[in-house]
Every structure is written in structure tokens, then in C-alpha cells.
Ligand binder design. Structure first.
Ligand SMILES: Nc1ncnc2c1ncn2[C@@H]1O[C@H](COP(=O)(O)OP(=O)(O)OP(=O)(O)O)[C@@H](O)[C@H]1O
Ligand SMILES: [Mg+2]
Length: 258
């Protein structure tokens, strides 16, 4: 409880700093939820995790904080369900140049939440019923922290529930494809714009029947300051080599050629 209160005040005062480390989402979910899976099984609940294979492996994010949100959501699902199942599903929602939007759905067939209470539960210390603290444990900080953390991670937290039937909480967040400070790609840019001194001035023969591949190779080599000759088939390539007075420095040839 003390840690939760510290987290709330850190988040509210803007002092909570997120870490950015390389993580594997499906592995993280499996490892993190192992104790809750056991708890669910001991209650006789079925417990299922499904991870979207489209979520890339090398994403950057704050493992501890993602874990904190998921542990609370799945913890709630197990805590407030006496019969049926708990289901944790992760999916890749959107991929942009720099980010991958990942969504977790935590569903249960538990006691549910009355419609008029649903929006209040994201406020600190709010519970559906004050008796919940005694009956189920907890003080009502989990969802408040989870929503604030989700927002800090450029995501959101939303809840759908039907009394007596069950609850689904949707947690989405943006994970960076490269280190989120973006320093690395920016540092690389100027170097790429300068012609490479070792290849500039060379003459390369590209032997390629596919016009798009030939065009791309030509563009890249021209950017490096290389002179390019293109031959669309093997015969033209041999003729080009025979006719060329100064020899080619390099021949780049496609594997399957007409
Ligand atoms: N899956 C769920 N099913 C039914 N009720 C839920 C569910 N999740 C949350 N609630 C209701 O929302 C309240 C607030 O949840 P929250 O996670 O913020 O607090 P808590 O679990 O009671 O305590 P804490 O997370 O601080 O240990 C719960 O007390 C419960 O009344
Ligand atoms: Mg909780």
C-alpha cells in the first residue's frame, strides 16, 4: 500500500520516470503471470494467455511498469471471479514508423461492476463496495495507478463490465521500435548523406532483369558517388564487359537471370 501511495504521488507530481529497455512482450506476459495462473488454477478457474505473433520482439518499454499494470488487472480478474475463466489476450493494433501500438485485453467471468460505478473506479481508493477491502483485500489503488501509467506510456485503459457476468479491461500502450530518445538514428543520418570515400568514383555493372530492383540498386550506388551501368540480361552483361574500355570495379549480378 505504501508503495502504491508513493507511486500515485510520484505520477501526480510528474516525478515518475519511465525506463526504456528492450523487451519481448509475449515472454514478459508469460513469466509475469505465472503466479496468478497458479492462483487462478487453485480457485478452479481456467486461465488462458494468447499472444499475437505479429507483435515484434525487439520493442522498447518499461517492463516494470507494464508488469505493474498487468499484474493489477489480472490480479483483479482472478480476485473477483469465483467461477469460469480469466483470459489475457495481447494484440498488435498498429505499427507506425517509430511505434508499435500493443493492446492487452483482460477478461473474466466474475462478479462484474454496476454501470454507475464503472467510471469512479479509476479514482484512488474507490471500490464498488467498501466491504471489498475486507472481503477481497486491496485498498482501491490498482486501477488508478494502472490508468495513469497507461497514459504515461502513450496509451489508455478502459473498462467494460456487466454485473454478474464479467469484466473486460483494455490496456493499450505505445512501445518504441528503437530507443525512444531517438539519438541513434539521428546520429547516423549525416554520415549516410556523405558519399562513402572508399567507393566514390568507382564503376559498377548491375546485371538485373527486374527493373524495380535495378532502379533501386542504381539509386543507392549513385548516392554513394558510384558510376552505374545496368544490363537487363546475361548477354548484355557480357557485351558491356567486352566493350567497356576501363574495366568495371565490380559486377553485381542477380542469381536467376534470363
Ligand atoms: N475484474 C473485476 N471484476 C469486478 N470488480 C472489479 C474488477 N476490477 C476492479 N473491480 C472493482 O474495482 C475496484 C477497484 O479496483 P482496484 O484494482 O483499483 O483496487 P483493489 O483491487 O480493490 O485494490 P488494490 O488494487 O489497491 O490492491 C475493486 O475494489 C472492485 O470493486
Ligand atoms: Mg486491484
Amino acid at each position: 500500500v505504501i508503495n502504491d501511495i508513493l507511486d500515485i504521488s510520484r505520477i501526480e507530481s510528474g516525478h515518475l520516470k519511465l525506463e526504456s529497455k528492450c523487451l519481448n512482450v509475449s515472454k514478459l506476459v508469460e513469466c509475469l503471470l505465472a503466479p496468478l495462473r497458479l492462483q487462478a488454477q487453485m480457485k478452479g478457474l481456467s486461465f488462458e494467455i494468447a499472444s499475437d505473433p505479429k507483435i515484434p520482439c525487439g520493442l522498447y518499454g518499461d517492463e516494470t511498469r507494464i508488469g505493474q499494470v498487468l499484474t493489477n488487472l489480472v490480479g483483479n480478474a482472478v480476485k473477483f471471479t469465483d467461477e469460469g475463466s480469466v483470459y489475457v489476450h495481447s494484440e498488435c493494433v498498429m505499427v507506425t514508423e517509430k511505434y508499435v501500438m500493443v493492446r492487452f485485453l483482460v477478461s473474466d467471468t466474475g462478479i462484474g461492476i454496476p454501470a454507475d460505478k464503472q467510471s469512479d473506479l479509476f479514482e484512488p481508493f474507490m471500490q464498488v463496495d467498501p466491504s471489498h477491502t475486507r472481503r477481497y483485500g486491496g485498498v482501491g489503488l490498482g486501477l488508478a495507478i494502472a490508468r495513469q501509467l497507461a497514459q504515461l506510456m502513450n496509451g489508455s485503459l478502459a473498462l467494460k463490465s456487466e454485473l454478474g457476468k464479467g469484466t473486460t479491461v483494455e490496456f493499450s500502450l505505445a512501445l518504441a521500435k528503437v530507443e525512444s530518445d531517438g539519438i541513434k538514428p539521428q546520429e547516423k543520418k549525416p554520415a549516410a548523406e556523405e558519399p562513402h570515400p572508399k567507393v566514390a568514383g568507382g564503376h559498377v555493372l548491375i546485371v538485373e532483369d527486374d527493373p524495380v530492383s535495378a532502379y533501386l540498386a542504381q539509386e543507392i550506388l549513385c548516392d554513394l558517388g558510384v558510376t552505374v551501368t545496368v544490363a537487363p540480361n546475361g548477354l548484355d552483361a557480357i557485351l558491356a564487359v567486352q566493350q567497356q574500355k576501363a574495366a568495371f570495379d565490380l559486377v553485381l549480378m542477380d542469381v536467376q537471370m534470363p
